[in-house]
Design a protein around this ligand. Structure first.
Ligand code: BGC
Length: 713
C-alpha cells in the first residue's frame, strides 16, 4: 500500500472544512435500484415478462440521488457512481477546476467479470484454475472500464460459499478458501498492476468483508452464525490475500456475524483489517448498508448509524445518506471525534493519490476508435470461456464429428443475451455470440427445433439447459436447485428418441441435475460464459479445444443436501449404510460431482507420489502422464489432512494446484512445495497452531480420486 502521500494528505486535510471532509466520504449513486444487480432497463424487461410487478419495480427504487453540479462544486461528493466517459470528464472538470480545493472525484462501478467484453461469471472462470488467465481478464476489463471513466471496481468478490441455494455463489471462486485467495489476488494484480497510478488501471475494492457466503439457509442478506475458527480459516484468508496483493478498497458486507453487522463491526474493520493486516486503503460500504443497520436493529436512527459506522471504521457511505446528513453535526457535537473523521478522509485521499488522480484526474486521454471488444479482447474472452468449461460426463459422444447432424433444443440456445450472466452491467446482449451462432460459425450441421417431436434426421440431440441470468446473482436464493419443469420434460422427451443426447449447461450455480445424469451421454458445464460463449462452446464440442476445467463448487444430488462441500470435518458417526450415522435416508451422501471434478478428451494417470520435508517445506512429487491420444491440460490438485489434532480438522483441504499441459504419451514430474505453515489451524481459543504428528497428503485430478501418502512432523 502506498503510504508515500502522507505529507500531501495532511496538508490537504489541514485546508478542508468539516463539510468538505464529510463530502469525501459521500458516495452518491444517481439512480439505485435497491440492492439489485440489474439496470433499470433489465428490471423493466423483467416487469414486461411478468416476473416482477410495477409495484415491486418501484419499491426497488431507492430515493433518486441526483448529483447536482453545485454539490460537486461545493466538495460535497467524494465518490460517484460511474457515468460514462463524457459525463465523467464533465463532472471531473467541475470537481477539479471549480471546487475550492480541486479534489478529484473517484468513479466506482461493478466491473465484475468484464466491462463490455464480458468473460465467464467468476464461479465459471475459477474452474480454469489459471491465475495468469484471471489476471489477464481483469487487466482487460480495467482497460475498458478506465477508458470509460471508471476509477474503482467493487471487485473481486471473494466470499467463500458452500451453499448453492445462495444465488451469489455465482460471483466468487466457489467453496474453497485457497481458490478464493488465489483468484482474488490475481484479480487485484490485474485491475491495479504494480503501479495503480497508470491511467489504464482501476482500484480493486474487495468484497464482501465478510462471511456473506454463509448466510443462514442460503437466503440472501440473512444472518450469519459462525465460529471463530471458520472465520479465521475459511472466510478471512482470501481477504487477507487481496490486501497483501495491494487492494486499495474493501467493502464490508451487508450481513451480521454473530449479531454485529459488518458495517459497524469495529473489530473487523479496525483490529483485523487495519491493525493486523496493515490495510491503508479505504473501506466503502455496500449500497445503503449504513442505513440498513437501523433495520438490523443495532442503530436507533440514521444519526446513530452514521456515528457507529464511522467509529467502527467505515470510511465511505454508499448512497444511504447517513454521512452527508449527520456526520458534520456529530463532529460538531463532539459525538464523533474529528480525528476519526480525518483518518477516514485520509484513507479516501490516499486511494485517490495512489490512483494518480491528482496528477491526471481524467484517466485515459487519447480517444480510441474501438475502446471495447477489440479482436484481442474477444480472443481472450473466448479463451477464458473455453478454460472455464467443465466436462462433467462423456461416454464418448464428444468431441462431435464435423459431419454429425445436430438437433439443437432448448430456449437458451437461441438467446445470446443470456450468455452474459449476472452482474454484467455494461455488457450488451447484441455483443454476445449465442450457442446457435457459435455452432454455425464453426460450420456445424445443426438445426434448431422448438420441440423434440419434429426431429427425425438428427444423429445427436444437443440440449441447451440451465438458468436464465436473472436466476443467479444478488437476491436470487432458491430452495429448489432442479432444472425448471419444462426443461425436465424436454430431457425426458429427448431420452425417448433413442439418439445420443449431449447437454450444455448455462447457469450461475451448481444445479441438481436429476434424470439428466442418466439420460445424457455427455454433459458440458459452460456456466454463463460471456460474449464469446457460443464460439467457445463450439470449440469444445468439436474438439478444437480439449476441456480442462475443474469444478470449484460441489454439485449436490438434492437441494436438501445443501450446504454440500468437500472440506467438511468428520463427525463421530461418518455416513455409512448403518442407521445411526450422519446421513440422509433419501439421498446418497456423495455429491453428484465432487469438488475438483472435470473430464478431458484424453486421460491422465498418476504414479509414484512421494513426500519429504525440506527445511520448513513439505515437498511432494508425482508423475502425471497423458495416457490418451490427444494433447490436453490436467489440473493437478494437492490436498492434505491432519488426521489427529486437538480440534477436528477437514477430511481434505486444497493446498495447491498446477495446470500441466501434456501431449499424448508425455509425462511430467509435478512438484509441490508447501510451506509447513499451511498445515496449521486455529485452536479452540482461535490461536494459530501447527501440531506435530502425522499429516496425510493427497494428489489427484479431482478431490475424490487421489493418491495418498503421509509424513510425521
Ligand atoms: C451489492 C454489491 C455491489 C453494490 C453496488 C450491492 O447491492 O451487494 O456487491 O457492489 O450493490 O452496486
Amino acid at each position: 500500500m502506498h503510504r508515500e502521500y502522507e505529507k500531501e494528505i495532511q496538508e490537504l486535510l489541514g485546508k478542508m472544512t468539516l463539510e468538505e471532509k464529510v463530502g469525501q466520504l459521500n458516495h452518491l449513486c444517481p439512480t439505485t435500484y435497491g440492492a439489485f444487480a440489474f439496470s433499470e432497463e433489465e428490471l423493466i424487461q423483467q416487469m414486461r415478462e411478468g416476473k416482477i410487478t410495477f409495484q415491486e419495480l418501484e419499491s426497488m427504487r431507492l430515493p433518486q440521488q441526483d448529483c447536482r453540479e453545485e454539490d460537486i462544486r461545493a466538495g460535497r461528493v467524494g465518490v460517484y457512481a460511474a457515468v460514462g466517459r463524457k459525463e465523467a470528464r464533465r463532472l471531473q472538470k467541475i470537481a477539479v477546476e471549480e471546487s475550492r480545493l480541486g479534489i478529484p472525484l473517484l468513479f466506482g462501478r461493478d466491473v465484475i467479470h468484464g466491462y463490455r467484453t464480458i468473460t465467464p461469471i467468476p464461479l465459471g472462470e475459477s474452474c480454469a484454475f489459471d491465475e495468469a488467465l484471471w489476471e489477464q481478464t481483469a487487466r482487460m476489463s480495467a482497460r475498458e472500464a478506465a477508458y470509460d471513466g471508471v476509477g474503482l471496481t467493487y471487485a473481486p468478490m471473494v466470499d467463500v460459499s458452500k451453499d448453492a441455494r445462495w444465488g451469489r455463489i455465482a460471483e466468487s471462486a466457489g467453496e474453497d478458501t485457497l481458490m478464493n485467495a488465489r483468484y482474488g489476488a490475481a484479480k487485484v494484480r490485474g485491475y491495479q498492476t504494480s503501479d495503480p497510478s497508470r491511467p489504464d488501471t482501476i482500484a480493486a475494492c474487495v468484497k464482501h468483508f465478510c462471511g456473506y457466503g454463509f448466510v443462514e439457509g442460503g437466503r440472501d442478506y440473512n444472518r450469519v452464525e459462525m465460529s471463530e475458527q471458520r472465520l479465521w480459516e475459511d472466510v478471512l484468508p482470501p481477504f487477507q490475500a487481496c490486501v497483501e496483493a495491494g487492494a486499495l478498497g474493501v467493502m464490508p458486507s451487508f450481513n451480521d456475524i454473530n449479531g454485529v453487522p459488518s458495517s459497524v463491526n469495529g473489530w473487523l474493520l479496525r483490529d483485523v483489517l487495519r491493525k493486523e493486516w496493515g490495510f491503508a486503503g479505504t473501506t466503502i460500504s455496500d449500497a445503503n448498508a449504513v442505513a440498513e443497520c437501523i433495520t438490523h436493529g443495532v442503530c436507533a436512527d440514521a444519526e446513530d448509524a452514521a456515528r457507529q459506522a464511522l467509529t467502527a471504521g467505515m470510511d465511505v457511505d454508499m448512497s444511504s445518506g447517513c454521512y452527508p446528513n449527520h456526520l458534520k453535526e456529530l463532529v460538531e457535537a463532539g459525538q464523533v471525534s474529528e480525528n476519526l473523521l480525518n483518518e477516514a478522509v485520509a484513507n479516501v485521499l490516499r486511494v485517490k493519490f495512489s490512483l494518480g488522480l491528482f496528477e491526471n484526474p481524467y484517466g485515459i486521454l487519447e480517444e480510441d476508435p474501438q475502446p471495447f471488444l477489440k479482436p484481442a479482447y474477444r480472443q481472450l474472452a473466448r479463451q477464458s470461456a473455453r478454460e472455464s468449461m467443465v466436462l462433467l460426463k462423456n461416454t464418448g459422444v464428444l468431441p462431435l464429428k464435423p459431419e454429425t447432424k445436430l438437433a439443437v433444443l432448448g430456449e437458451l440456445a437461441a438467446d445470446a443475451g443470456e450468455m452474459t450472466g449476472t452482474w454484467a452491467l455494461d455488457g450488451k446482449g447484441e455483443d454476445c455470440v449465442g450457442v446457435l451462432e457459435g455452432l454455425k460459425a464453426r460450420g456445424a450441421r445443426c438445426t434448431y427445433y422448438a420441440s423434440v417431436a419434429q426431429i427425425q434426421q438428427a444423429d445427436v440431440l444437443l440440449l441447451v439447459l440451465g438458468e436464465k441470468k436473472c436466476d443467479s446473482g444478488e437476491a436470487t436464493s432458491k430452495t429448489d436447485l432442479r432444472l425448471p419443469p419444462e426443461q425436465r420434460a424436454l430431457i425426458r422427451a429427448a431420452a425417448m428418441m433413442g439418439k445420443p443426447v449431449v447437454a450444455i449447461l448455462l447457469n450461475g450455480r451448481p444445479l441438481v441435475l436429476g434424470e439428466l445424469l442418466g439420460c445424457a451421454d455427455a454433459i458440458l458445464e459452460a456456466w454463463h460464459p460471456g460474449v464469446e460463449g457460443g464460439n467457445a462452446i463450439a470449440d469444445v464440442l468439436y474438439g478444437a479445444y480439449n476441456p480442462s476445467g475443474k469444478l470449484t463448487t460441489t454439485f449436490p444430488n438434492a437441494s436438501g443436501q445443501c450446504p454440500c462441500y468437500y472440506d467438511y470435518t468428520p463427525t463421530g458417526r461418518p455416513a455409512s449404510s448403518f442407521q445411526c450415522t450422519s446421513r440422509y435416508l433419501d439421498v446418497p451422501m456423495e455429491p453428484a460431482f465432487p469438488f475438483g471434478w472435470g473430464l478431458s478428451y484424453t486421460t491422465f494417470s498418476y504414479e509414484g507420489l512421494k513426500v519429504e520435508k525440506q527445511e520448513n517445506r513439505i515437498v511432494l512429487g508425482v508423475t502425471v502422464k497423458n495416457t490418451g491420444n490427444r494433447a490436453g491440460v490436467e489440473v493437478v490438485q494437492c490436498y492434505f489432512r491432519d488426521p489427529v489434532a486437538r480440534r477436528t480438522r477437514p477430511v481434505k483441504r486444497l493446498l495447491d494446484f498446477r495446470r500441466v499441459p501434456l501431449s499424448p504419451g508425455q509425462q511430467e514430474q509435478v512438484c509441490f512445495q508447501i510451506p509447513v505453515e499451511q498445515l496449521g489451524y486455529y485452536d479452540e481459543r482461535a490461536r494459530f497452531v501447527i501440531e506435530p504428528g502425522e499429516f496425510v497428503f493427497m494428489v489427484g485430478g479431482n478431490s475424490r480420486d487421489v493418491l495418498t501418502t503421509s509424513i510425521v512432523l
